[in-house]
Design a protein around this ligand. Structure first.
Ligand SMILES: [Zn+2]
Length: 307
């Protein structure tokens, strides 16, 4: 009677050890979440630190003829992490990188993909914006809390293919539509739409669970764009920052930016004290767990600009 018990004890230890290993593997795999067959994305919400590209989401679409990458994170180092995660799900060649917009946390990993021969694509306004700003941003990277060491090996890799209103990428068995949004988060935002899978990558037109960056935003047009996106046949939305989202999050985002704009204008007409305005606006904004530090630059750059 005693022997079977001892064996089952050993078995129990083995099972526990194996399940711990399995958990660790599952955790590692979770870094790039499977959204649908052949579509994966980072959709993290809880780590918005610079070590996690300020919580920027990236993704991949795997087709018969290769891989399309959507956004490339904050630096060469972050792009290499992304590449390792890509290689854990596919060894196909990376054909294209689509930049949803030129902000540093979405494009500074481009260089690692360009090195592998990927063609970088963006909307034509976006390429111009990146050409104007990328070198300057890298030169004063300390203002973003980043060190030269963290950015080591990061060089601007500009889009070599641009489009105007729309573009289609055909991966053999997967059609990907690039749509130029109306002026929203920037004036060169790209939506990446997979009609047959009902999946949409919005870039920073949608922040879910994050306070958004509004510094270059065109609020009325942005609100219209969010309305329009709701009309697309879409089920799963990968936002620029935050967890996997849906149409309700588009509506929350629309309400947020309209409220922010109205309140910020009202407060800025009575005061030019940034901190006072930030404190007052936080009392009316819906709580979002991440990105509250962006409220201050939003007020400063957009509502207290001196002519
Ligand atoms: Zn952005």
């Amino acid at each position: 009677m005693r022997k079977p018990l001892a064996i089952s004890g050993v078995l129990l230890v083995l099972v526990l050890a194996l399940s711990a290993l399995f958990d660790a593997a599952a955790f590692a795999a979770e870094r790039l979440t499977r959204i649908a067959e052949n579509v994966y994305a980072y959709v993290g919400t809880t780590n918005s630190s610079k070590d996690n590209s300020f919580g920027a989401n990236s993704g991949i679409i795997i087709g018969r003829d290769g891989i399309v990458v959507v956004d490339t994170l904050l630096s060469a180092k972050e792009a290499r992490r992304f590449l390792r995660d890509i290689r854990s799900v596919s060894d196909k060649p990376i054909r294209y990188v689509v930049n949803t917009h030129y902000h540093l946390d979405h494009v500074f990993g481009n260089c690692e993909f360009a090195r592998l021969g990927a063609v970088i694509i963006a909307q034509e306004n976006d390429r111009k914006a990146m050409e104007k700003s990328a070198e300057k941003t890298l030169a004063r990277i300390g203002e973003y809390g980043l060190s030269a060491e963290e950015m080591q090996g990061t060089t601007p890799a500009y889009p070599e293919l641009t489009y105007g209103d729309r573009m289609t990428i055909d991966l053999g068995d997967q059609r990907i539509e690039l749509i130029h949004a109306r002026p929203s988060h920037t004036d060169g935002d790209t939506l990446v739409y997979l009609p047959d899978k009902r999946i949409l990558f919005t870039g920073d037109i949608l922040f879910t669970g994050y306070h958004p960056f509004l510094g270059e935003g065109n609020i009325p047009e942005w609100a219209k764009e969010l309305e329009e996106i709701k009309l697309l046949d879409v089920e799963k939305i990968i936002p620029g920052h935050g967890p996997l989202s849906g149409k309700k999050d588009l509506e929350d985002m629309r309400a947020y930016i309209l409220l922010f704009d109205q309140k910020a204008k009202e407060l800025a007409s009575k005061s030019s004290d940034v901190q006072e305005i930030v404190t007052a606006i936080r009392q009316v904004l819906p709580p979002r767990p991440e990105g509250a530090w962006l409220i201050e630059p939003n007020i400063r750059t957009k509502y207290l600009k001196k002519p």
